[in-house]
Design a protein around this ligand. Structure first.
Ligand SMILES: [Zn+2]
Ligand SMILES: [Zn+2]
Length: 401
């Protein structure tokens, strides 16, 4: 990491202090073998291979990277697609000049615009098959990207500030969860931290988001001087849930979560929802998750968490067999096979109607922590971000990381 920072200084790229640097493992789902890197915005970027040659790449040019055995083959193409230079290496580093951004393209799969230094290597510690692609970005830039993705359409500055603090708290609390693989966060739903600059660039609120992130710089939520988990949910549906209700077990931070009554999201279309799914596909999804064949006569019922409406468990009865899965396992099993737009939150009921299953529930997302819709409504009503954070996390202190 020290080496990287030295490189940044050399090239006068934006400098992140080690504390605020964030390493994101990109394209983890795809086992990439090939990658194209171009300039997205700005003047140029630098390609360094080992410590030897350094090439300045300008708009229109492209670097193609292929995995060849344990090496990388790097080809620099000019604006007309003609090969300028080819070289082999074990690792390549792409450093933007000034505030330039990079366009990273996985052929036939996806393209992402990213901000930061990109490291590509042939030898991934946990997967010898694929390219290891790591973006070293600035944590505050990543906070802005997540806020833009989660709060599209929200303009109220104080709610953007509140979410910025919660997202930053999540990053501090969960950094190094992929330490063995050589980065902090992956780019799948497992971490869901950084999906690139697209959301920021698309957001009409981009200047306000930048203000929200800067004016809360380094602020995080703590309990007994430790960062809390930093959960948030799109819509709580009137009452937030605790992590133990939704995921079971205890939290790392020791923060005493409580269900918070929130009327602020009452106007959301997700406060109360109804969805339905074909009963046979739900049973097929459960059969796959449980690795047992469920018949069409299977009965499903829910058990709620103590006095709340959060589903703690789903009881599955079929031909004398009885299996219990947690509410979270049930949602995941259905989400993976049928889609995440059926059981929108942990608070739901089940009703069998002929060939269909009807799900009725409240809220959207985990229902844990800050309610994004509620925070937006509170800010619109004139509450400050500190008041909003106190509302959803009453026993936390705010401190600088
Ligand atoms: Zn992850
Ligand atoms: Zn709410």
């Amino acid at each position: 990491m020290m080496h990287l920072i030295a490189t940044c200084l050399l090239l006068s790229a934006p400098i992140a202090s080690p504390k605020e640097a964030l390493r994101v493992g990109l394209f983890r789902l795809f086992q990439p073998q090939q990658l194209n890197v171009r300039l997205a915005t700005g003047e140029a970027f630098f390609l360094s291979v080992g410590n030897l040659n350094q090439a300045r790449i300008q708009a229109g040019e492209m670097v193609r990277i292929r995995k060849t055995g344990r090496q990388l083959t790097l080809s620099i193409m000019d604006a007309y697609g003609r090969l300028k230079q080819t070289t082999m290496a074990q690792e390549a580093r792409f450093t933007p000049a000034e505030a330039a951004t990079l366009e990273v393209n996985l052929p036939k799969k996806m393209t992402r615009v990213v901000r930061g230094v990109l490291l590509v290597s042939a030898a991934a510690p946990t997967s010898r098959q694929a390219l290891q692609i790591i973006l070293q970005t600035d944590r505050e830039a990543a906070v802005a990207a997540v806020v833009a993705a989660e709060m599209s359409g929200v303009e109220a500055l104080e709610s953007l500030k509140a979410l910025a603090v919660v997202v930053r708290t999540f990053m501090v609390a969960n950094a190094h969860r992929h330490a063995k693989e050589g980065f902090d966060f992956c780019d799948t739903t497992h971490c869901q931290v950084y999906r690139g600059e697209d959301d920021v660039q698309a957001s009409t609120a981009a200047p306000r988001i930048a203000t929200a992130v800067q004016s809360t710089h380094a602020e995080i939520l703590q309990f007994h001087h430790r960062a809390i988990e930093g959960h948030y949910t799109a819509v709580c549906g009137g009452l937030t849930a605790t992590p133990e209700m939704v995921w079971g077990g205890a939290t790392h931070s020791g923060y005493p979560y409580q269900a918070v009554a929130c009327q602020w999201c009452a106007a959301s279309r997700y406060t109360k929802w109804e969805r339905q799914a074909d009963a046979a596909s739900v049973l097929a999804a459960l059969s796959a998750a449980l690795q047992m064949q469920l018949s069409s006569a299977t009965e499903l019922s829910t058990v709620n968490y103590r006095a709340s409406a959060v589903v703690q468990a789903v009881i599955i009865k079929d031909r004398g067999r009885r299996v219990v899965v947690s509410g979270d396992e049930f949602r995941r099993a259905i989400g993976r096979r049928i889609g995440w737009n059926r059981v929108l939150s942990p608070t739901f009921t089940l009703e069998r109607r002929a060939e269909a299953l009807i799900f009725r529930g409240r809220g959207f997302g985990s229902q844990v922590g800050l309610c994004v819709a509620g925070a937006a409504a509170q800010a619109a009503a004139g509450r400050s971000y500190k008041e909003i954070l106190k509302f959803y996390y009453p026993q936390t202190e705010m401190d600088s990381d």
